[in-house]
Design a protein around this ligand. Structure first.
Ligand code: HH2
Length: 266
C-alpha cells in the first residue's frame, strides 16, 4: 500500500503553486484540506527547487515555516516532513513537530568529521529521512545533464547515501530513497527512472516518487502546469505498479482515489 505525501510550498516562486500558500493561514488551510482528503504525510517547503530559483537564507526559510508549523501541530494528526537542505532549518522544524527530513541534496553537506549533517540530525532526533538524488545545484541542474546509465548511477548514489545515514545512527527502516524526478535529469532520464522503479526498490529501501505536475508532462504531452492532473495521476498509478511506496503530489484527493482504486485491482 502506498502513502500519499501532500506538497505544501510556502514560497513565492514554486513552479506549480508559488505564491498561493505564502500567507501562513492559507498554507495551514491547504494543509488541513490535504489531511482531510487522505494525505498520509505533508511535505512543507519554504525554498523552491525550481530550475534557476534564487537561494533563500535560513532565516527567511525559518520565518516562512514557523507560523505554519506552529498552527499545524496539534491541528493535523498526520506526519509532517520538512523539505530543506539547511540543517538549522531542519533542526527548528523538528523542534516544532516535524518528524521527517526531506533533504533534496541527498545528504551532501558534511561536518568536520566527514559525516552527513542531516543524517546526524535525523539520528539525534529520531526522525525519518528522505534521501533524494539531484545532479548539481538547482541553478544549473538542467543544463545538459548526462549519465552513463541513469538508473544505475542514481541507484548507486542513493544506496551509498542511505548506508552513510545508517552509519550515522539512522535506523534503516526510517529511510526512503527518491530518484529526484526532474532534478538534474532530461526527459529520457526521467522516463528511464520512472520505468525502472523496481530496480531502485531492489536496493532495499522504500522508494518515494515526486513527479506531480513536473515538466516531463509538458514535454511529452504539451500541457501547461495547470493541465497536468490526469498525466500526474497516470504516473502515480504506474509508479505504484512499479513498486513505489510514497507518492509526493500536489493533488491529494484525486491521487488518493486513483491509488486506492488501483490497489484494489492488483
Ligand atoms: N521535488 C521538488 C521539491 N522537493 N522532494 C523530493 N523528495 N522529491 C521530489 O521529487 C521533489 C522534492 C520540486 O517540486 P515542488 O516542490 O512542487 O516545486 P518547487 O521546488 O518549485 O517548490
Amino acid at each position: 500500500i502506498a502513502l500519499v505525501m501532500g506538497v505544501v510550498n510556502v514560497t513565492p516562486d514554486s513552479f506549480s503553486d508559488g505564491r498561493r500558500w505564502l500567507r501562513p493561514e492559507d498554507a495551514v488551510a491547504h494543509a488541513c484540506a490535504m489531511a482531510e482528503e487522505g494525505a498520509d504525510l505533508l511535505d512543507l517547503g519554504a525554498e523552491s527547487t525550481r530550475t534557476g530559483a534564487p537561494r533563500v537564507s535560513a532565516e527567511e526559510e525559518i520565518d516562512r515555516l514557523v507560523p505554519v508549523l506552529d498552527q499545524l501541530t496539534g491541528r493535523v494528526e498526520i506526519h509532517i516532513s520538512i523539505d530543506t537542505s539547511k540543517p538549522e532549518v531542519a533542526r527548528r522544524a523538528l523542534e516544532l513537530g516535524a518528524v521527517v527530513l526531506n533533504d533534496i541534496t541527498g545528504l551532501r553537506l558534511h561536518d568536520a568529521e566527514g559525516q552527513p549533517v542531516m543524517a546526524r540530525l535525523a539520528a539525534e532526533k529520531n526522525a525519518s529521512l528522505v534521501v533524494m538524488h539531484m545532479l548539481g545545484e538547482p541553478a544549473t541542474m538542467q543544463q545538459d545533464p548526462r549519465y552513463d546509465d541513469v538508473v544505475r548511477v542514481v541507484g548507486d548514489y542513493l544506496e551509498a547515501a542511505a548506508e552513510a545515514a545508517i552509519a550515522c545512527g539512522v535506523s534503516g527502516d526510517r529511510i526512503a530513497i527518491d530518484p529526484g524526478i526532474g532534478l538534474g535529469k532530461n526527459l529520457e532520464h526521467n522516463l528511464a527512472l520512472l520505468r525502472s522503479i523496481d530496480r531502485l526498490a531492489a536496493r532495499g529501501y522504500p522508494v518515494l516518487i515526486g513527479a506531480s505536475r513536473k515538466s516531463l508532462f509538458g514535454k511529452l504531452l504539451g500541457l501547461a502546469v495547470d493541465e497536468r492532473l490526469e498525466a500526474s495521476l497516470a504516473a502515480a498509478v504506474a509508479a505504484l505498479l512499479r513498486g513505489a511506496r510514497i507518492l509526493r503530489v500536489h493533488d491529494v484527493g484525486p491521487t488518493v482515489r486513483a491509488l486506492r482504486m488501483a490497489e484494489t485491482l492488483i
